[in-house]
Write a protein that binds this ligand. Sequence first.
Ligand code: BYC
Length: 343
Amino acid sequence: MPTTDTETGMAPDPTAERALLEQFDAIVERNDRVEPRDWMPEGYRKTLIRQVAQHAHSEIIGMQPEGNWISRAPSLRRKAILLAKVQDEAGHGLYLYSATETLGPSRQELTEMLLAGKQKYSSIFNYPTLSYADVGTIGWLVDGAAICNQVPLCRTSYGPYGRAMIRVCKEESFHQRQGYELLMTMMQGTDEQRAMVQESVNRFWWPALMMFGPPDDESPNTAQSMAWGIKRNTNDDLRQRFVDMSVPQAEALGVTLPDPELRWNEERGHHDFGQPDWDEFMQVVKGNGPCNAQRLAHRRRAHEDGAWVREAALAFADKSGGLDTPALVPREGYSTSETEEVR
Ligand code: BYC
């Protein structure tokens, strides 16, 4: 598709703009991908920057609650698994920052917006991890919720985001399984271990339900995001899917989900369930959750401590004649997705 105002910086005349909008709408209608050089409405670009940057920040901040346990893992095997998982989250953050950069802002700007509190990250990472069972519960419930949310995002209308999601989802399913396997092992252990798992599930169940965002009738962005094909399902639909998926898994594990209203509804063919505390959710999103200040302070410190690495990389790139190392340049005959594999 021809590029125009984003390239020249000039506003197209209204007729040209209408034609561009029609072309954009047709791409969305056909469920094709919108690509970085295509014309797109400013609102579409802004919504994507907000969502994909928030997603990237969530992956990076999300390394902290589990990272907290790496040095205290109960065995070498558990330590190796946890290290690999936390490294995967860093990788997910990097794919997503790259996808956001295709929309305009640089990674530096995105990091600054996070640190200034101008962009958000997922509410779930503002809760503490108090026992090793939390590593399993995060894998089972938090990664489980992430998978429910992210599998439909593989079909999102923006190409770089959808392609990043395909790769992320493959890894997330391993993350979920490692969590479930850890909990299953603990449930086959001592009474004390079983109690640890139940206590952890009690703390994480409601925050996991909040990950899907506010109820549909209080979600300002869902309708437009669905019309643009950015989101493929509403928050409540995905929450329902997650509850239906988790109930049999909880039964197989032998844990109770802490919701007295949870029961199968034959007529609907789904589980009925209670509502999370939405006031608590709003408080956490506004920065007043149990660990918000700690998470951002840690991120800020890590960013400052890493300044010398960024400076060294830039100095090296400068001396070697630019940032375009051969591995980053698309090779002739390779499709975009293969080029991404090379990266
Ligand atoms: N937390 O109109 P709505 C992971 C905000 S990382 C905080 O429904 P939307 C993992 C929302 O931004 C997985 N804020 O918004 C990593 C909006 O804010 P504005 C992270 C939330 O965007 C490491 C306002 O509330 N996943 O799995 O249509 C270890 C109104 O909401 C939250 C993603 O980022 C929340 N939970 O829908 C382990 C998925 N919910 O307008 C695991 C991608 C809502 O005031 N994102 N808000 O700026 C999405 O799918 C959508 O952005 C959401 C929200 C469903 C989250």
